[in-house]
Design a protein. Structure first.
Length: 119
């Protein structure tokens, strides 16, 4: 989320609120809310690594909602290259955006797969 937030900050000033609203609408949460969600998830997983098996209980309880939100985040990143193409025709930028989005989608899918193995 830090990278996404930084990317929003690089946009022209007047487009930042539009980009942030679009992110929240498609991803289900604001960038800040996603940052909190990922921090809590990291803490929960860290506790599990430290042999605190009770840490899986809140993860199991929140999994249906979290899984749905992660899928919304995938949808957002899948659509980013097409959205970017509406504003630039620079092939280098479009290629970089497509690569970055694909990497993020792959990471989220990997996370979902790992979490499904836990819960």
């Amino acid at each position: 989320m830090v990278e996404t937030d930084s990317e929003f900050e690089q946009l022209p000033f007047f487009t930042r609120p539009i980009a942030r609203r679009g992110f929240k609408a498609k991803a289900g949460q604001s960038v800040q809310e996603w940052s909190r969600t990922t921090d809590l998830l990291a803490e929960c997983l860290s506790n599990m690594v430290d042999s605190d098996l009770t840490a899986v209980t809140p993860l199991r309880a929140s999994w249906p909602d979290l899984g749905e939100r992660l899928n919304k985040l995938i949808v957002y990143y899948v659509e980013v290259p097409d959205e970017t193409a509406r504003f630039t025709k620079d092939a280098g930028i479009l290629c970089q955006v497509a690569e970055t989005s694909a990497e993020r989608v792959a990471s989220i899918r990997s996370l979902i797969s790992s979490l499904e193995g836990i819960v």
